[in-house]
Design a protein around this ligand. Structure first.
Ligand code: AMP
Length: 212
């Protein structure tokens, strides 16, 4: 199964992705996670990624497409999973066209696109409360998904989760990623998820949509 999660930053794609991948044995392909991992290397490319991410700007289609292709065709992804869940990719029409091509070349196709629908206000409120544990990568929320007490956590806030950057990321989303809705609408694969609900309610919606 090939799934795409489409929605603005803070719509719960990352958190839902972990559960959906576990349940359906999908390989989680979050381009944001791949880039954050790569930028730990502080060479020139790592610094370039860190700068664009902290400013809320997208990396070029060329860089992202190459990176995604390498993962999609890797033996690990092909042999060990029932498919791939794309989170944060594609983000532009050009990326969506490229994805169609590499899936075609590998005799695969997109099965469903889950559109996480949420207002800008709710995104800003949710994202400024997001914290991540440095050790485990677990995502918490100071309002809706409190970190467990009595556990030694090393919580941090992503620099691009600050309010001024989020507002810019939302603008970028509307300009560059929302046009994807038109691109995919004709495929009939878009399924709407009410992303202002709790994570568990969203997962229930997702499970009702996806085949077991
Ligand atoms: P995310 O974790 O998906 O919100 O991504 C964090 C940041 O990584 C984005 O704000 C972009 O700077 C960069 N990024 C992630 N995915 C893409 C993509 N598909 N195209 C371009 N830039 C991306």
């Amino acid at each position: 199964m090939i799934l795409i999660l489409l929605g603005p930053p803070g719509s719960g794609k990352g958190t839902s992705s972990i559960e959906i991948c576990k349940h359906h044995n999908l390989f989680p392909l979050s381009t944001g996670d791949v880039l954050r991992e790569r930028m730990k290397q502080t060479d020139e490319f790592g610094q370039y990624i860190a700068k664009l991410i902290s400013e809320g700007e997208l990396l070029s289609d060329e860089i992202i497409n190459k990176l995604v292709e390498e993962i999609v065709v890797s033996d690990k992804v092909k042999s060990e999973n029932n498919g791939i869940l794309f989170d944060g990719y594609p983000r532009t029409v050009q990326q969506a066209q490229f994805l169609e091509k590499i899936l075609n070349d590998n005799h695969r196709k997109v099965d469903a696109i889950l559109h996480f629908n949420i207002s800008d206000d709710a995104v800003v409120k949710r994202i400024t409360a997001r914290r991540i544990d440095r050790k485990t990568g677990n995502i918490y929320n100071l309002i809706s998904n409190l970190p467990p007490e009595n556990t030694e956590l090393d919580l941090y806030q992503r620099p691009d989760d600050k309010e001024e950057v989020i507002l810019h990321r939302l603008e970028v989303y509307k300009k560059q990623t929302e046009p994807l809705m038109d691109f995919y609408r004709k495929s009939g694969l878009i399924r709407e998820i009410n992303a202002s609900k709790s994570i568990q309610e969203m997962l229930d919606e997702v499970n009702n949509i996806l085949p077991e």
